[in-house]
Design a protein around this ligand. Structure first.
Ligand code: TXA
Ligand code: MG
Length: 341
């Protein structure tokens, strides 16, 4: 299959849909998966109500069928059609949605029949969100139905934040990539479940626990250990090159003949010790660091290194979500065969 990349013309004043939107909607209507930009990472989207279309996502990603997908809504009024919002949680969910949608918050709710089992991996819950990316909004608006969309990478690999990353991962496996430029947040949405006014954070992301704590008591599930959420598998986000977390690169010296790359937070001017250095954010801005994270991991992974060392990032705010990804990238199971490929 030839994979086409089409640049999205991001202009909401246009009367008629752009060629990229038209092409994407046409393929979605035919039950094909297409890669689309969201404000977090690129997603591989397909008609969430069509199990055969959704099966093509799993196939292209080589994703195991036990790992459920997030359902993206075209509008808020779809919520009650895909999820059975419990009466006693309705007000609370409404508050979260008012505040954070459209945006990078996915909420896990009891699912309705209309959502095929393949989407939720047989779970009786479904994760939903509304994306704020203008290109995604245009396309899902044109399509008019919910889209199931996981990150557009092969299973277990680093999520794509540009159309080129998607091409590297899925060339030949999908018909279309819509290029909307680099994504704003750079890491995947925060996933929460809600019960009795409490918020369980199932995956950390752009909406921080500090932000959520204004709405209810927070419990953090994870990051490493509990695999009750399949996407919480410890070896997610893995580059091919071994990665080690360190406190300070100034105190690290590579072994002789070892090619080591540095993903820096604190340290600058260490070029002589490392084959390649990428600084997440010279001004130590978490948002900039998150937006650069997956792109730099890919660049380091391509640099033919023996080892990547990554400096730890402070665990406050968005830093906790960045550290969650780095910890998983650093995780090596006892048996390397267990790693998702
Ligand atoms: O930002 C994002 O969330 C991106 C963009 C494309 O929207 N999507 C994304 O999807 O990161 P994915 O499939 O790579 O990660 C979705 C995670 C998985 O870890 C999955 O286990 C979890 O969501 N998930 C989905 N449905 C769930 C459910 N019903 N209960 C618990 N976890 C669920
Ligand atoms: Mg993913």
């Amino acid at each position: 299959m030839k994979t086409e990349i089409v640049a999205a013309i991001n202009d909401r004043r246009r009367q008629s849909p752009s060629p990229a939107t038209e092409r994407a909607v046409e393929l979605l209507e035919k039950g094909e998966p297409v890669a689309l930009p969201t404000e977090t990472v690129y997603g591989l989207a397909a008609d969430a109500l069509n199990p055969i279309a959704v099966a093509k996502i799993f196939e292209a990603k080589e994703r195991p069928h036990f790992d459920p997908l997030i359902v993206h809504l075209s509008a808020y009024d779809w919520l009650d059609r895909v999820a059975a919002v419990p009466d006693d949680e309705r007000q609370f969910i409404g508050k979260l949605a008012d505040h954070f949608w459209p945006g990078p918050l996915s909420i896990v709710l009891p699912k309705r029949e209309i959502i095929p089992d393949i989407v939720t991996a047989g779970l009786d819950t479904v994760a939903v969100r509304i994306s704020s990316h203008p290109v995604f909004e245009q396309i899902i608006g044109g399509f008019g139905r919910p889209l199931a969309a996981p990150s557009a990478n092969r299973f277990g690999r680093v999520s794509p934040t540009t159309a080129e990353h998607v091409y590297d991962e899925l060339d030949g496996r999908i018909p279309l990539i819509v290029d909307g430029g680099p994504t704003a947040h750079g890491i995947e949405s925060t996933i929460v479940a809600v019960r009795a006014g409490r918020i369980d954070i199932l995956r950390r992301g752009p909406i921080t626990s500090e932000q959520l704590s204004k709405f209810g008591k927070i419990d953090i599930v994870g990051p490493i250990g509990k695999a009750s959420v399949p996407g919480q598998l410890p070896a997610h986000y893995a580059p091919r090159t071994p990665l080690r977390l360190i406190e300070n690169a100034g105190a690290f010296s590579p072994e002789e003949n070892q090619r080591v790359g540095l993903l820096a937070w604190n340290s600058v001017n260490l070029e002589e010790n490392f084959a390649i250095v990428r600084c997440l954010s010279e001004r130590q801005d978490f948002r900039q660091a998150a937006a650069n994270l997956f792109c730099y991991l890919r660049e380091l992974d391509r640099a033919d290194l023996d080892l990547i060392v990554a400096e730890q990032v402070p665990l406050r705010g968005l830093g906790a979500a960045i550290m969650d990804r780095l910890q998983r990238a650093a995780y090596r199971p006892l048996d390397e065969q267990d790693r998702p490929q």
